[in-house]
Design a protein. Structure first.
Lengths: 113, 113
């Protein structure tokens, strides 16, 4: 499977940009990540997400939502709230979350690729 | 030096989210990246940037600006425009750029860290 960036959606849409540094604690993390991905995919306004992490360094996860109402539903989800709490207790040294409305976007795909 | 996510600035501010997959072509890339970092740092509305790349996979770069005017200045910079052109010719298989206004943000730093 070829890796591709998530496409440029039709603005306006909402992005959540989560930048983080992990602890060494990994207990429960992969399972929770999988469960959260499953859970957010059931949100009707969820458009997709993508993630990158420099080994031993910064991780950036961007999630895309159709509107702020969809994101609010996700934020209030009880299982998600429990996961965020455990994230602060166990998995993250530090993080920053930026919630923003996208006003324009475009994509590029190499023709000869 | 401890790695730390860029802080949560006082909203509103502007983010540019650039997600990309690189080609194998590296010629000129590190030098151009260094020059672009130097150049954007001279922009009075530039707040910072951060980047993560999963080895062999997706890269995400987030740049933070005080306002859309500052970002527009950066977009119109001639050296930056030449670099973007070379990026499409040589360095990127595909990318997506999302320009957004941040409405809220917050950070977390572990107390016992």
């Amino acid at each position: 499977m070829t890796i591709q960036p998530v496409q440029a959606f039709e603005p306006p849409y909402v992005i959540s940009v989560f930048t983080s540094v992990r602890t060494a604690e990994d207990g429960g993390y992969p399972e929770t990540l999988e469960r959260m991905t499953e859970l957010v995919s059931g949100n009707p306004g969820f458009l997709g997400y993508e993630s990158a992490r420099t080994p031993g360094g910064l991780g950036i996860t961007v999630a895309y939502f159709r509107d702020h109402e969809s994101l609010a539903l996700w934020r209030k989800d009880m299982e998600h709230q429990a996961a965020m709490k455990q994230g602060r207790a166990d998995w993250y040294e530090s993080y920053t979350l930026h919630i923003a409305t996208v006003e324009r976007s475009h994509g590029f795909v190499r023709e000869d690729g």
